[in-house]
Ligand binder design. Sequence first.
Ligand code: XMP
Length: 531
Amino acid sequence: MTIYNTEKREDIHKNLIIIIDFGSQYTQLIARRVREIGVYCEIKPYTTSLSELVAKTPKAFILSGGPSSINCNQAPDITSEIFNLGIPILGICYGMQLMANKLSGSVNKSEYCEFGYAQLQLIKQCKLFDGIEDHIDDNGLFSLDVWMSHGDLVTAIPKGFNTVAITSSCPHAVIANEELKLYGIQFHPEVTHTKQGMRILERFICDIAKCEKLWNPDLITNDIINNIKRQVGDSKVILGLSGGVDSSVVAALLHKAIGDKLTCIFVDNGLLRLHEGDQVMAMFAKNMGINIIKVDARRIFLDKLANITDPEQKRKIIGNTFIDVFEEQAAKLDGVEFLAQGTIYPDIIESASTSSSSHVIKSHHNVGGLPEHMKLKLVEPIKELFKDEVRKIGLNLGIPYEMVYRHPFPGPGLGVRIIGEVSEEKADILRQVDHIYIEELTKAGWYAKTSQAFAVFLPVKSVGVVGDARRHEYVVALRAVETVDFMTARWAHLPYELLEVISSRIINEVARISRVTYDISSKPPATIEWE
Ligand code: XMP
């Protein structure tokens, strides 16, 4: 575990890259790549005013791709003044086309759309690619394997620019005005299919825009701890600890920053996984010495859920009951001024641009719905971080790997994995089934290969035979998916042999289960959870 020297103050935000978002599905990926390189960046919608952007004193701008065509009405636009600021700019795909268009080049529909691999031939020297290539042919020509996805292309380059690279179907695949440090690339350096993508981004960020690499887990942790101390001072803070990675990392950070002035509230709602409550208490209370109030609210939740079968009603009851329980506990604590939350950067980006469904989903989970009258100020220590950064910081703070890389678990817990009415008996059965499933997945190395895996309790009974006796018992479904963003997902192709081991263990060890099924639906149209 690292010992943090919080006296040492480094302004880790001083090298800022602003990524202007034109709606590309890859914008967050660009930002994650910039951070992986070691430089802080922020995503801003293209509608942000130039004065607001300039006030942040960025070292460079990256213009993202986007789904629109430059030539259609209401295509996302920015002011041409941005190109006169003397700040380096890298335009990617739509961002390149926009740059060419604004500086009096031209962009037209491509004869055919180009999706997938392309070979980029470098025809002119350029700082962006100097010494970076995948192939050199017999004539000494350099080329790179890149990934393209576009329907329009630049057909005439602006004055002062050179064509640096071409592909078989793209006469200006890279353009540059090196004097003004303006670069346009038609391909996507942020995706892993572009083999040298990271080196190209690093060249732009570190050599052309001259950013130092200050964004690393140690310095970020230091910075967050200092900020918490500054914001909270001597006040007391409460945090709803769920045991998920975000609230766990927030707890560890707050504990480092303010020690005993943090109190966590961990609510056992009867819908947790096997041993989950004990694990959270052992890890945070015993090992780390964090103040935690464990509230046994199992009866309250299960009584309120009796006879309720509608999924949305179940979610609402669980969410509201959580708030009631949390509020009741908070009221018992004296002089609490702050409520800590595990909001992360994607929540902020998504809520700034749209009220997308993922944000709505998240609001079930966070304690964000706490009533106004609680009048607590918010402290959100990880709101600048992506999930992978939160994980790295979690490991740095000494939270065990298994906890940091745990699959997500929904706020309503097993409540949305027991189809129809919830009961203690069903929750107990599901806990055992889920435990066997995850244990076998982990043993076989499949837990880390899947993004989320869990069992679902179905409201059906089926006949089975054990020895000579028939039994009429419950059916469970197993689900495992692979996904990057949880917005779309593919069902995981688990080996038959593994499914066989899991199913046989479940049926043999959990007496109330007579049949096991495997869910082979992808999202869309099926969601990841069943309710
Ligand atoms: P779906 O089922 O919408 O799930 O495909 C996408 C991701 O969100 C999680 N999820 C929830 N998380 N409260 C949460 O905190 C909820 O009500 C909720 N519903 C779904 C789900 O586990 C998956 O990771």
